[in-house]
Ligand binder design. Structure first.
Ligand SMILES: Cc1ncc(COP(=O)(O)O)c(C=O)c1O
Length: 468
């Protein structure tokens, strides 16, 4: 295949068709009908190209997912080969395919100790919905039907199905939509940057752990099924909790018989230097891990809900003679997706991509931290290849710009004009590039961000939106 044939694209035609017929996720309809969408047409390594042939460093890995980078021939071949052998077959009731079986065993091998059982889906939201349905089934089977409530966190993001969005704790994402009533209860975000002035990080951690215990006691442990948390919050602002937070919250959950779900949809598959972050980075062993995105590096959709032996042992006892475990999707264990998952893990292991992130990640963190001398950069945070810049109107008070200023969007547009894509999330700019990024790319990203933040500051002063 000719990799870069930009003559094949009629940008205006694509732009119009897209604007007139495609309802995009997370669309700002105030601007969409005028601006439409940029058409991203080709990609290679850490670069993406729009349909006019302009090249960008992809600072966001598609959407936290293209971990091994773009344009891998061996991935394309694994996908095509599987599509030719058997493109699809049901895995309902006593049927399987070779890649579904092989990948399940491989996931059990790379997951923390007793997470030996895999349920497949096609995205992170589905993985989290599956976790909740299975936990409810589990407590029903144990004769504890009241144990149904879910504790989640403000700033947590768990997806966009009805249930996953109900667990999501980003108020901005809830506007105008409905949520599952009474099921999910949110506790405060463990964001150290926003802790009370003068409070130590340790005291802040203790307070956030106590928030969980207090919530369990308030709801009644006999009513609380699970606690869901991302090891590092992603879409809610790349929030790394204080040291010891996850270990301590897991202990609280164990004390009250509350199941822990570690949502590793973003942190999984190398983003912070390990296949899964929970145990090696945060020193806790969840009962369930949910994974998606990097599990195939975004080449095709796939998700996994990994369950402990203890949970499996309960849910796998038949309810009655002939009764089924009635959860599942047509595309659970899709053979093409599973073949891509196997090839993806093979590449990550062969090229020691986790090792690369552990080696280069600290450089990325240090280089990004140099932006803290800019007047509007209030915080730079994250870990490995999952980082973020928080822009504020006043560094002293940490006050935010008015949302209408769209500071994150302004900076992202300046970056894009300079050949780097960063993701605006409200007042933040998020980075989650392919994990094969080298130091030279990191230097370019950081220099581009510096120029772009400075340009945005100048714009705001010129427009009378900020005093400088
Ligand atoms: C932590 C986390 N969980 C779940 C999801 C939902 O995944 P999906 O969009 O594949 O449904 C996301 C998506 O960004 C996520 O970041």
């Amino acid at each position: 295949m000719e990799r870069t044939n930009f003559a094949a694209y009629d940008t205006d035609d694509l732009w119009r068709k897209d604007r007139d017929h495609y309802i995009h996720p997370w669309t700002n309809f105030a601007t969409f009908k005028d601006r439409g969408s940029e058409v991203m047409a080709e990609a290679e390594g850490v670069y993406v190209y729009n349909s006019d042939g302009d090249r960008f460093i992809d600072g966001i890995g598609g959407l936290w997912c293209v971990n091994i980078g773009y344009g891998r021939d061996e991935m394309a071949e694994a996908i095509a080969d599987q599509a030719r052998r058997i493109c699809y077959y049901s895995t309902f009731t006593n049927l399987t395919t070779p890649p579904a079986a092989e990948l399940a065993a491989k996931l059990a091998e790379i997951a923390p100790a007793n997470l030996n059982h895999v349920f497949y889906g096609t995205g992170g939201s589905m993985a989290n919905d599956t976790a909740i349905r299975i936990i409810h089934f589990y407590f029903n089977r144990l004769g504890k039907p009241a144990k149904k409530k879910i504790i989640a966190r403000v700033d947590g993001y768990h997806g966009s199905t009805y249930l996953a969005m109900s667990m999501t704790g980003v108020a901005f994402d809830h506007q105008g939509f409905d949520l599952a009533p009474g099921l999910v209860h949110h506790i405060p975000s463990p964001n150290p940057y926003r802790r009370a002035q003068g409070m130590s990080v340790d005291a802040f951690r203790d307070e956030k752990v106590a928030d969980l215990e207090n919530k369990i006691l308030e709801l009644g442990p006999e009513n609380v099924a699970c606690f869901i948390a991302e090891p590092i919050m992603g879409a809610g602002g790349v929030i790394v909790p204080p040291p010891g937070y996850h270990k301590r919250t897991a202990e609280v959950c164990r004390k009250y018989g509350v199941i822990t779900i570690s949502d590793e949809v973003v942190t999984g598959f190398g983003r912070v230097g390990h296949f899964f972050a929970s145990e090696p980075v945060f020193d806790f062993a969840p009962d369930i891990i949910t994974a998606a995105k990097g599990i195939t590096s975004g080449y095709v959709p796939l998700s996994a809900t990994l369950l402990s032996d203890e949970i499996y042992d309960v849910i796998s006892v038949p309810q009655a003679k002939g009764a089924l475990f009635t959860h599942g999707f047509t595309y659970s264990g899709h053979p093409v997706s599973c073949a891509a998952g196997l090839k993806n893990i093979e590449i990550i292991e062969r090229e020691d991509i986790c090792g690369h992130v552990r080696e280069v990640g600290p450089y990325f963190e240090q280089r990004l931290a140099t932006l803290l001398d800019l007047p509007i950069v209030g915080d730079v945070r994250g870990k490995g290849f999952m980082l973020c810049v928080e822009n504020v109107a006043d560094k002293e008070t940490k006050a935010l710009f008015d949302p209408g200023v769209d500071i994150g969007g302004r900076i992202a547009r300046h970056c894009q004009a300079r050949g780097v894509i960063v993701r605006p999330v409200a007042h933040l700019n998020v980075l989650s590039p392919p994990l094969i990024l080298e130091r030279g790319h990191i230097d370019t990203i950081v220099e581009t961000l510096r120029e772009s933040i400075t340009a945005a500051q100048d714009d705001l002063v010129r427009e009378g939106l900020w005093k400088g």
